[in-house]
Design a protein around this ligand. Sequence first.
Ligand code: ADP
Length: 164
Amino acid sequence: MGLSKQPVAVFPGSFDPFHLGHADIISRATQIFPRLIVGILENPSKQPVFTPNERLEMVRSLYAGDPAVEVRLFSGLLVNFLQQMQATVIIRGMRAVSDFEYEFQMALMNRRLSPSAETVFLTPKEEYSYLSSRMVREVAALGGDVTGLVPEPIRSLLEERMRS
Ligand code: ADP
């Protein structure tokens, strides 16, 4: 099978902010798929800590040296983004049973919207299984130390943002 026939995978999310649980899933996904597109959802109704463009720049610079990882913004239906990217695989992280019901519903809905879309669930390292962007935002907002939860460049940007 030629390289062009290999499935392209999309890892969608808000990534506000990107944390080490996300990084763990990306490294697992790139062991399986030669090309991974991180899709940052632009959701105008939320009050984000970082704008979509800031998130795009942050994640891009983290993966600047990795040709397997591409980072893009998207809005609207995930299946439309998949089609635009000629991707067929959706990567999702499965942290705990609490993620299951929502993820299961979404996977089935996406399959209904696009029968060729296949959702692949990956589990992170145990130490990241309790980590979420919301938790990181809350800890940082209260002045807690997020070292070891987010990549270092993001930690300093987050602390700076929380001080301002
Ligand atoms: P969060 O849930 O942290 O706010 P997102 O909504 O941006 O993050 O989620 C993007 C994807 O990353 C989802 O598939 C989500 O399940 C996955 N994910 C988030 N946190 C973790 C984690 N700690 N371990 C594994 N996957 C995760």
